[in-house]
Design a protein around this ligand. Structure first.
Ligand code: ADP
Ligand code: MG
Length: 324
C-alpha cells in the first residue's frame, strides 16, 4: 500500500463545511463573519501518553477529543482538524479502527478532517484543531476577577483512578471501574459547556494536568489566589480510600473537565446550564486578591488554610528534572 492509498482509504472523507479538504497542498476554509479562529495542537506519543498496545478505536477518539477539549476551554465552536501521523507500519486493521474512532468523535462534534501528514516512524499522533469564537469572546486564562466563584465540571479524578487500576496500584470495583476506564480512554470534551460559558464565565481552562495545576494557571495568569474550599469539592467515589480519591481529584490528569470562574450572581444561570446540559457543575471555591505570588490554597469550612501536600505536587511536566 502506498502512502496515498493509505490516506485516501482511511482519512479522505468529503469535507462538509470546508471549501477544500484532503487532497491538495493546503485545505481552504472560510471563517464566519464576526468570528475569530481558535487554533490548538496536541500530540500523543506511544509510551508517553498511551500504552503502545492501546485500543486503536479509543486512540482515534482521544487524539481528536483532547484537542476539542482545548477549544471548549476557550469557548470555541470546533470546526476543522488536521491529523499528522507517524506510524511504524501500515497496519490496515489498526488504521481502519483508529480512523473509525477519530471520525466518530469528529462527527459527534461537527468537525471536518481537512488535511494532515503521514510518515513512517515511532507511533505519534498529532492533531491541530481550529474552532470559531465571536470576536473578543474567548475565555482566556487571564480573565478571572477578584471575587469570582471558581467552578469545576463533571467528575475530575476518574481518569487517574482508571490509570492506577490499570497499573495495579488500586483495584476498582464495577461499575466504577468501567466508568473510570471510559474516562481515561474515551474522554468527552465539554464542547457544549464551553459554548454555554461564553456569556457567563470570565476565565476557563481544561483539566488535562490536574485540578490544582490547571487552576494554578488561571490564578497565575490572572494575578489572583484560587481558594479551593475542601468541603465544596465534588463527592468522592466511596469505593476508593478517601486519600487516594482526593489525590486523584486534585492532581490527576487526563480528565478534560473544565474549570472556570464567574461572578457570584451567575450561580442561578450556571445551575440552569448544568441541568440543561446534564453536566454536574461544582462551585469549588473563589478567586481572591493576593499580596504574595498568585497561588492555590485549600480552605476548611471556617476559612482556615489547610496545609496540604497536594499543593506541592506540580502537574505533569515532560521536562522537569527529577529531584532524586
Ligand atoms: P504534501 O506533499 O503537500 O505534504 P501529502 O502528500 O503529505 O501532501 O498529503 C496529501 C494530502 O493528504 C494533503 O491534502 C494532506 O493534507 C492530506 N493528508 C496527509 N496525511 C493525512 C492524514 N493522516 N489525515 C488527513 N489528511 C492527510
Ligand atoms: Mg505531507
Amino acid at each position: 500500500m502506498t502512502e496515498f492509498d493509505l490516506i485516501s482509504r482511511h482519512f479522505q472523507r468529503p469535507a462538509t463545511t470546508a471549501l477544500l479538504g484532503v487532497g491538495d497542498d493546503c485545505a481552504l476554509t472560510k471563517v464566519s463573519p464576526g468570528m475569530e479562529l481558535a487554533l490548538t495542537t496536541d500530540m500523543l506519543v506511544a509510551g508517553t501518553h498511551f500504552f503502545p498496545d492501546a485500543d486503536p478505536h479509543d486512540l482515534g477518539w482521544k487524539t481528536l477529543a483532547v484537542n476539542l477539549s482545548d477549544l471548549a476551554a476557550m469557548g470555541a465552536n470546533p470546526r476543522w482538524a488536521l491529523l499528522a501521523l507517524s506510524l511504524p507500519a501500515a497496519d490496515e486493521n489498526w488504521l481502519a479502527s483508529f480512523a473509525e474512532g477519530f471520525f466518530a468523535c469528529a462527527q459527534k462534534f461537527g468537525v471536518d478532517l481537512i488535511g494532515g501528514d503521514t510518515t513512517r516512524g515511532a507511533l505519534t499522533l498529532c492533531v491541530t484543531a481550529a474552532g470559531e469564537i465571536p470576536a473578543g469572546a474567548a475565555l482566556r486564562r487571564d480573565g478571572a476577577r477578584e471575587g469570582d466563584d471558581l467552578w469545576l465540571s463533571g467528575q475530575a479524578g476518574f481518569a487517574a483512578l482508571g490509570l492506577q487500576h490499570l497499573q495495579g496500584d488500586i483495584e476498582l470495583p464495577e461499575p466504577l471501574c468501567r466508568l473510570c476506564l471510559k474516562r481515561l480512554h474515551a474522554p468527552q470534551p465539554r464542547v457544549a459547556l464551553g459554548l454555554a460559558l461564553r456569556d457567563h464565565a470570565h476565565a476557563a481552562i481544561d483539566i488535562s494536568d490536574g485540578v490544582i495545576a490547571d487552576v494554578g494557571h488561571i490564578a497565575e495568569r490572572s494575578g489572583l489566589t484560587a481558594e479551593i474550599l475542601l468541603h465544596q469539592l465534588p463527592r468522592l467515589p466511596e469505593a476508593v480510600p478517601r486519600a487516594i480519591a482526593l489525590a486523584a481529584l486534585l492532581t490527576g490528569g487526563d480528565d478534560y473537565e473544565l474549570a472556570f470562574t464567574a461572578l457570584p450572581d451567575k450561580r442561578l444561570e450556571l445551575a440552569r446550564i448544568a441541568a440543561e446540559l446534564d453536566v454536574p457543575l461544582w462551585r469549588i471555591g473563589r478567586m481572591a486578591a493576593t499580596s504574595d505570588a498568585p497561588s492555590v490554597q485549600m480552605l476548611d469550612p471556617e476559612g482556615k488554610i489547610v496545609p496540604c501536600d497536594f499543593l506541592h505536587t506540580p502537574g505533569y511536566d515532560h521536562f522537569r528534572e527529577s529531584s532524586t
